[in-house]
Design a protein around this ligand. Structure first.
Ligand SMILES: *Cc1c(COP(=O)(O)O)cnc(C)c1O
Length: 229
């Protein structure tokens, strides 16, 4: 089942790219595997998926340990509590959800202790939703200037989860467009390693790709319904 889903999504992405003149190799797929079993993750891996994202450190730790022999790139995509940073840095190769300075300072501190560099994406709260994490567009410049002072943190991209409209996904388009504009506007400051624009989920990845996503995070369309939320 997962294998067919992955194949279908890949073909869909190829079609979208052909229509809009993008190279499908520019688009990475991340399997958002929260609430999904190790068996399903493995099935997706065998089908060719190499990047997975998890939202909870404790849940991820178990899975990552079980799958330690597989060359999977694990991204953290949930809200990261500062007391879980140390563990997260050992488990994940990218933290996609840098959403506050307090977290940046803790990442810097733990990265120094572990003597490593940490790749992060900055999470953008494009519609300034109260229920969501992320930096508001107007605060982004100051936030980035502060994070750039932290030498262990490498800003590789932006991540966003814009409002999801149940009936009409088209309504999300202006938000994706705004995130892409922000992404382009910060390229000169953030340099050549700032390349990833992580946006689009099961419901709206087509629009996200049309608007410039380089990485889409797909959960239920790939794995089926998850065990919670
Ligand atoms: C769960 C999750 C996704 C995937 O959502 P689906 O609707 O299952 O595709 C993407 N991004 C984040 C941050 C998530 O938490």
């Amino acid at each position: 089942m997962v294998q067919q889903n992955f194949q279908r999504i890949k073909e869909h992405i190829e079609k979208i790219c052909a229509r809009i003149g993008r190279d499908p190799r520019e688009i990475k797929i991340l399997g958002a595997s929260k609430g999904q079993s190790v068996e399903k993750i493995l099935e997706a891996f065998e089908a060719g998926l190499k990047i997975f994202g998890e939202n909870y450190v404790q849940e991820a730790e178990k899975k990552i340990k079980e799958l330690k022999d597989y060359p999977i790139e694990w991204h953290f995509i949930g809200r990261l509590q500062t007391n879980k940073v140390k563990k997260a840095l050992k488990l994940f190769s990218v933290i996609e959800s840098l959403d506050r300075l307090e977290l940046a300072y803790e990442i810097q501190k733990q990265a120094e202790k572990l003597d490593k560099e940490v790749s992060v994406f900055i999470e953008i709260n494009v519609a300034k939703e109260k229920t969501k994490a992320g930096i508001f567009p107007e605060d982004l410049k100051k936030f980035i200037e502060e994070v750039l002072k932290l030498n262990r943190i490498k800003i590789k991209g932006f991540m966003s989860l814009p409002p999801l409209y149940k009936k009409e996904t088209e309504e999300t388009r202006p938000y994706f467009r705004k995130i892409k504009e922000l992404f382009e506007s910060f390229k000169p400051i953030l340099g050549e390693n700032f390349t990833e624009l992580s946006m689009g989920t099961s419901r709206d990845y087509e629009i996200a790709i049309e608007e410039g996503a380089t990485l889409v995070r797909i959960g239920e369309a790939l794995f089926g319904k998850r065990n919670y939320i």
